[in-house]
Design a protein around this ligand. Structure first.
Ligand code: PLP
Length: 415
């Protein structure tokens, strides 16, 4: 890991100008400059996203797809315009492959519920040991309902997937592989292309949980070749309560709906129901219109910087943070994968992560502490929880230095 003076860490971005776009970053917390390092839990929004949402509510709100009046047309255009922005962002081949959901959690539950209608006791679901609870519990529920078996691919002490063992678990009974593109607790970037290639040799569909990947690097679902890709708006500068399920057209067409209601039908009688075309078959009820519009604005913002530049800058910041954290006595990084994003989970001898989080908060540093909704990962590393600093492109080297100074205060306090 190379040592780098903070002045050199910009990745060619004007970080100060970017930070100025985020009103929330301008405040003080406990009298200190805010260093927001909890981006894996939720990111912040630039002014343009806040403005897009309030403009919609102030000028254009009406229900979508149903009205003949001007406001309904405007709301529909903006909502469908956002879908097209998402399509382009992940390079899906058609907007009909983009289903708006409440977030990654709902996207995964949708697939589990829908696919689950055709799963039985002889079937297997394959996940990994590093999944977020959102990519464990829906599958466990499905297995409880159907008698299917949940199989879990192991990880090693660096927090990497043991690929050969995962591939050896694929077999004709496997009905789906559901895998994190990037782990939220460890930062590990998984070798998803290899998993997809091997799964496809047996005609097994793959769902990627992209909650921690989509905000940090360009995603191309056609290049990946996965059947499903799930992610959340709020982790990529968009509103909460909106997310995406990408599903390949032919696969979505074969799946039955998972929720019934308005919008997802073409005609209903008491005898017969004809379902709507994609993606509406999976969008029952009035959707989160403002959320989708805000997500579209977030994508515009990310695109204006460029996902490749964001990835390159965050990699520099990740290395700088890793190097500075290694200077702290008694600090152990949990998750040292060869390939990882800017997520540093750690424990410090003799200090409970929650105590650490509280001391840091008083120094204006926001990090996450606890199990990060990944209890099996905590069990694997024999810790109750970790402290986690997670980066975004609007973080600066100054944020990292503030974190390190605050950790210095905490270690002295608990010495
Ligand atoms: N998957 C991963 C890897 C996550 O990090 C998260 C949230 O932290 C989720 C799924 C769930 O996302 P949401 O709560 O936005 O549905």
């Amino acid at each position: 890991m190379s040592s780098m003076a903070p002045d050199n860490i910009t990745g060619g971005l004007d970080i100060e100008a970017i930070r100025a776009d985020f009103p929330i970053l301008q405040q003080k917390v406990h009298g200190c400059r805010l260093a927001y390092l909890d981006n894996a839990a939720s990111s912040q929004r630039p002014h343009s996203v806040i403005e897009a949402v309030s403009h919609y509510y102030e000028h254009d709100h009406a229900n979508v797809h149903r009205g003949v009046h001007s406001l309904s047309h405007r709301a529909t255009d903006a909502y469908e315009g956002a879908r097209e922005k998402v399509r382009k962002f992940i390079n899906a081949s058609a907007a009909s492959e983009i289903v708006f959901t409440g977030g990654t959690t709902e996207s995964i539950n949708l697939v589990a519920a829908s696919l689950g209608q055709d799963i039985g006791p002889d079937d297997e679901i394959l996940i990994s040991h590093m999944e977020h609870h959102s990519n464990i519990v829906p599958w466990k529920l499905l297995c409880e309902r159907t008698g299917a078996t949940l199989r879990v691919a192991p990880i090693n002490k660096r927090g990497e997937l043991i690929l050969e063992e995962m591939l050896a678990m694929l077999n004709p009974r496997t009905r789906i592989v559901a895998l994190a593109h990037v782990s939220n607790a460890l930062g590990t970037v998984n070798p998803v292309s290899k998993v997809i290639e091997a799964a496809h040799e047996l005609d097994i569909p793959v769902l990627l949980d992209g909650a921690q990947a989509a905000p940090h690097a360009a995603v191309d679902v056609q290049k990946l070749g996965c059947e499903f890709y799930a992610f959340s708006g709020h982790k990529m500068c968009g509103p909460t309560g909106i997310g995406v399920l990408y599903g390949r057209q032919d696969v979505l067409e074969r799946l039955p709906p998972w929720q019934g209601g308005g919008e997802m039908i073409l005609s209903v009688s008491f005898e017969d129901t004809v379902y709507n075309k994609l993606p509406y078959k999976f969008e029952a009820g009035t959707p989160h219109i403002a959320g989708a519009i805000g997500l579209g604005a977030a994508i515009d913002y990310l695109d204006s910087i460029g996902m490749d530049r964001i990835a390159a800058y965050e990699a520099q910041l990740r290395d700088y943070a890793g190097q500075r954290l290694s200077e702290i006595d008694g600090l152990r990084i949990i998750g040292e994968a060869e390939s990882k994003v800017g997520v540093h989970s750690f424990v410090i001898d003799g200090i409970h992560p929650h105590d650490l989080g509280t001391v840091l908060d008083h120094k204006g540093v926001a990090i996450r502490t606890g199990h990060h909704c990944a209890m099996p990962v905590m069990d694997f590393f024999c810790v109750a929880g970790t402290a986690r600093a997670s980066l975004a492109f609007y973080n600066s080297a100054e944020d990292i230095d503030q974190l390190i100074d605050a950790l210095g205060v905490a270690t002295e306090m608990f010495a």
